[in-house]
Design a protein around this ligand. Structure first.
Ligand code: MN
Length: 261
C-alpha cells in the first residue's frame, strides 16, 4: 500500500531545503507538506496551547501545494497527525535544515524536535540537516542531502523503526561524489561559543543578544560530529527517554526514600 509521508521543517515553508526533500519523498509515497510560515530555527520543542493555530495554503517553487501554519514545527506535526489531513500519516520527515544538528543541538533544533513530536504521537520520523560552511556564498545544493534522505527513508518504510525512536540524519556539505558513505553514529559533543552582547536602546535601557561564534564540535570517531568531519553522512538513532540510568543506583544511595532520616 502506498505510504503517506508528512514533510515539515523549521526554516519555513518556502525554504529551498524543504522543496528538495518533498520532491525526493514523492518518489517513495504520497507527500503532504505542512510547515511553519516563518523561520523557527532554534525554536526547540513547542506545544502551542494558549492561542489558535491558523493554516494557509501555499505553492512551492515547483507549483505543488503546501500548507503553512503560524505554529512551531512541532505544532505542524501535531496538526498533521491529529487530523488536518484525512489520511493516516505513516512517516514524518523534517528538513532539509540549513545547518547540521549535532550533539546537544537536538534539543534546540526545530527540525529535530518536529521529529520528536512525531514519535511522541506514535509515528516514526526522520530529521535531515545539511552542514553549512561558514564561508559559503550563494545558493546551496540540497540534492546530495535529499538523496541521502531518500536512502534512509526508503529503509525506514521497508523495515520500520522501533517505537519512540527517530533518526537524526546529518549530511556534510560536499559534492555527491565526495561523500564517502553513511555511518551509524552516537551523539557527539558540540562546543558552544555563546557570548552575551549587551547594548542600550534609544531610551537608555539595556537589552541583550546571545551572540558569539558558531558552535564547533569534538570530531570523535563514532559520533555525528566525527562522521561529518570525515566526509560521511551521519545517522543517529535518538530516543526521548533521557533518564541517566547509570546514575539511578547512586541516587538510591542518597537514602532519600527513608522516612525518618
Ligand atoms: Mn533551521
Amino acid at each position: 500500500m502506498e505510504k503517506y509521508i508528512l514533510v515539515t521543517n523549521d526554516d519555513g515553508v518556502l525554504a529551498p531545503g524543504l522543496l528538495a526533500l518533498a520532491q525526493e519523498m514523492r518518489k517513495l509515497g504520497r507527500v503532504s507538506v505542512l510547515a511553519p510560515d516563518r523561520n523557527w530555527s532554534g525554536g526547540g520543542h513547542v506545544k502551542t496551547l494558549d492561542r489558535a493555530l491558523r493554516v494557509k495554503e501555499y505553492r512551492l517553487a515547483d507549483g505543488s501545494a503546501a500548507f503553512a501554519s503560524d505554529g512551531a514545527p512541532s505544532d505542524c506535526v501535531s496538526l498533521g497527525i491529529l487530523g488536518y489531513f484525512k489520511e493516516k500519516i505513516d512517516l514524518v520527515v523534517s528538513g532539509i535544515n540549513v545547518g547540521a544538528n549535532l550533539g546537544h543541538d537536538v534539543t534546540y533544533s526545530g527540525t529535530v524536535t518536529a521529529a520528536m513530536e512525531s514519535v511522541i504521537m506514535g509515528v516514526p520520523a526522520v530529521a535531515v540537516s545539511l552542514e553549512v560552511l561558514e564561508n559559503h556564498l550563494g545558493e546551496m545544493d540540497f540534492q546530495p542531502a535529499a538523496n541521502a534522505a531518500r536512502k534512509v527513508v526508503e529503509r525506514v518504510l521497508e523495515i520500520g523503526l522501533a517505537p519512540e525512536i527517530l533518526l537524526n540524519v546529518n549530511v556534510p556539505y560536499l559534492p555527491a561524489d565526495e561523500i564517502k558513505g553513511l555511518l551509524m553514529t552516537r551523539q557527539g559533543l558540540r562546543v558552544y561559543h555563546g557570548r552575551l552582547d549587551e547594548r542600550v536602546d534609544p531610551r537608555g535601557k539595556p537589552y541583550y543578544w546571545i551572540g558569539g561564534d558558531a558552535p564547533t564540535g569534538v570530531p570523535e570517531r563514532g559520533t555525528d560530529v566525527g562522521a561529518l568531519a570525515d566526509g560521511y553522512v551521519s545517522v543517529t538513532p535518538l530516543q526521548l527517554d533521557l533518564t541517566a540510568y547509570r546514575i539511578l543506583s547512586d541516587l538510591n544511595n542518597w537514602n532519600l526514600h527513608e522516612k525518618n532520616s
